[in-house]
Design a protein around this ligand. Structure first.
Ligand code: SF4
Length: 210
């Protein structure tokens, strides 16, 4: 159990359960290839069976960390910050994004959209999950829709999700890593038939970087 003062700070977003932070290359989506500092926040109850960061799910396993310290670390490395998880919107992202923006950073989020949108973002990558669907406000605000393709049913899901985002939202299909060899031919065929969509690959995994 967390001390009351710590749990109150977590509740206000002044502390966050920090799983890891690292400087790397964004491997996915619109900003592929860009150097970025990743802040991975613990806590997610969406429950994707193919999730490759299941160790992020339980927030109690990750130390509550003051956002000031997170911002100070990030400022040493990059002007582009990617906040990911876990599901970052489990928490109030206001204090973290205010701190990052005060340092002049471009602040991106990767979210399932399952929780209310908090914080101020330069780029919102919405990756919807069938188990816990996004809230309408996140569809409206998304700059990028990234649908993970695990099986052929995900193409119909992707089309339905594209109906819910704004007309200038970029559309990406990304094969789930463990089934990529099977799904890539289907994705490439789909994108050639539906050129408003783009292929996203987890290029950081091909590059062998975090
Ligand atoms: S939303 Fe993301 S972190 Fe949560 S279970 Fe799904 S893939 Fe994992």
């Amino acid at each position: 159990m967390l001390e009351k003062s710590i749990s109150q700070a977590v509740e206000k977003g002044e502390m966050l359960p920090l799983m890891e932070e690292f400087y790397t290359i964004q491997g996915e989506g619109s900003h592929t290839g860009k150097a970025a500092y990743f802040i991975r926040v613990g806590g997610c109850d969406v429950g994707c069976h193919w999730c490759d960061v299941k160790e992020s799910w339980d927030p109690e396993k990750h130390p509550p960390t003051a956002v000031d310290a997170i911002v100070a670390n990030a400022a040493k490395y990059s002007k582009t910050i990617v906040v990911t998880g876990g599901e970052p919107l489990t928490w109030d992202m206001g204090p973290l994004t205010t701190g990052l923006k005060n340092e002049g950073m471009q602040v991106h989020i990767e979210t399932s959209g399952a929780y209310p949108l908090s914080g101020t973002w330069d780029w919102i990558c919405l990756s919807p999950k069938k188990m816990k669907m996004p809230l309408p406000e996140v569809y409206e605000a998304a700059h990028e829709l990234k649908v993970i393709v695990f099986n052929r049913h995900d193409f119909a899901f992707a089309k339905a999700e594209a109906e819910k985002v704004s007309s200038n939202c970029k559309l990406y299909l990304q094969p789930e890593w463990s089934v990529r060899e099977k799904m890539i031919p289907m994705i490439t065929e789909f994108v050639m038939d539906n050129p408003e969509w783009h292929v996203s690959l987890q290029t950081h995994k091909y590059l062998n970087i975090p």
